[in-house]
Write a protein that binds this ligand. Sequence first.
Ligand SMILES: C[S@@+](CC[C@H](N)C(=O)[O-])C[C@H]1O[C@@H](n2cnc3c(N)ncnc32)[C@H](O)[C@@H]1O
Length: 226
Amino acid sequence: MMSAPNQRPLWDAWHEQVHGPDAEPVHREFVDAFLAELPHDAGPLLELGCGQGHDALYVASHGYFVHALDFSSVAIEQATRNLRAHPGSDVDFRQHDIAEALPFGDGAFDGIFSYLSLHYFDDSTTRSVFREIYRVARSGGVLAFCVKSVHDPLFGQGTLLGPDMYSLNGHVRHFFDPRYAIGLLDGWELVHIEERHGRYLDAATRSVLLQVIARKPASEGVIGAR
Ligand SMILES: C[S@@+](CC[C@H](N)C(=O)[O-])C[C@H]1O[C@@H](n2cnc3c(N)ncnc32)[C@H](O)[C@@H]1O
């Protein structure tokens, strides 16, 4: 198998050229479904792979404090600029590679969400990213993520890097099937899993996306304690 190329320069260049927000209904429906599942009086939320910050700002507009991470310095610069246009929004945009340990304590978040940012890693890294997500989620907290499905038209194109993982024109994608996604949710209760169709920003083809929502079971005595 070939090793995956470094993706950061590719994303920096992408963020120089492409500007959101993404108007595809499936995208807003995903974020709204996450908001609807949040526990009552939810505290801080975390977004992984926030890009230019449009989802974090939308979520913050509902009164939440959001930490939002992306490894692209260009994305974080643009997100910070977008934040200035939304005074009063409570978002902390931070440059961070989510393949590395998350810079937060255990149980820090009532909700974690990620739109099209968790399907870039090999199997072992993906599993470690999901262990970190579990660690920083509070009991009763919600995880919502959307990734490329194995039924996406790009699946199978380019150079095979590993199981269900391809590099096409330098762009690495690890496509998920529902069984794989569910296998990553050890310790979570599955709330919803669904395949959706949609285009992302300027994409030439429609994508097939897998949307997943899960809840970290509340520990005994925690329900109603906050
Ligand atoms: C398809 S874009 C989605 C951006 C945003 N979630 C949205 O919906 O507009 C994928 C994002 O994941 C980020 N990304 C890719 N790999 C990453 C990594 N290892 N750590 C942090 N961010 C990463 C990219 O910089 C990019 O902003």
